[in-house]
Design a protein around this ligand. Structure first.
Ligand code: FES
Length: 166
């Protein structure tokens, strides 16, 4: 799944070629990789916005105003449905089931980060931060590989492990 996530992050969605490449790289059956990619709703097979809002609309979030947050996200990015992308190609959204952070309802995931206790103003602020030219285009996620200025992947130094005695 992390490999599929990386491919999706790079391409914006999973193409058949990307899934085949993941299968080949991990020496897995292509049918198995496709099965995983089509089972989970976090993988997309059509182009989506570069940044995607995953707004939780399960019980706790719904009781604390999630439907208003969904309406506000749709209005703010200028789409009606989850299969649409904002005119600038930057945003799309979808409603998702519980993300396991009910105590911070209403909440959502934007790309790989969780955002809690949402208000219309906090949603606007997130959108403005991404659209602002003074803000880096994307915040690196734990899955984003570090790249050198030449675009080569930089390996992170790993802490050395202490050998167990006896
Ligand atoms: S109901 Fe929204 S995080 Fe659980």
């Amino acid at each position: 799944m992390p490999a599929l996530d990386l491919a999706q992050e790079e391409l914006g969605y999973l193409t058949p070629e990307a899934m085949s490449e993941v299968a080949e790289a991990l020496q897995l059956d292509p049918g198995y990789v496709e099965g995983v990619a089509t089972f989970y709703s976090l993988f997309h097979h059509e182009p989506i916005g570069k940044h995607r809002f995953y707004v939780c609309t399960n019980l706790s979030c719904m009781l604390r105003g999630a439907s208003g947050i969904v309406d506000h996200v749709k209005q703010a990015i200028g789409v009606e449905r989850s299969d649409q992308v904002s005119a600038d190609g930057l945003f799309s959204f979808e409603e998702v089931e519980c993300l396991g952070a009910c105590e911070y309802a209403p909440m959502m995931r934007l790309d790989h980060r969780y955002h809690y206790d949402l208000t219309n103003e906090s949603v606007d602020k997130l959108i403005a931060e991404i659209r602002s030219p003074s803000t880096p285009d994307s915040v690196p996620s734990p899955l984003t590989p570090a790249l050198s200025p030449k675009g080569e992947r930089v390996r992170k130094a790993r802490p050395t492990r202490k050998k167990a005695n006896g």
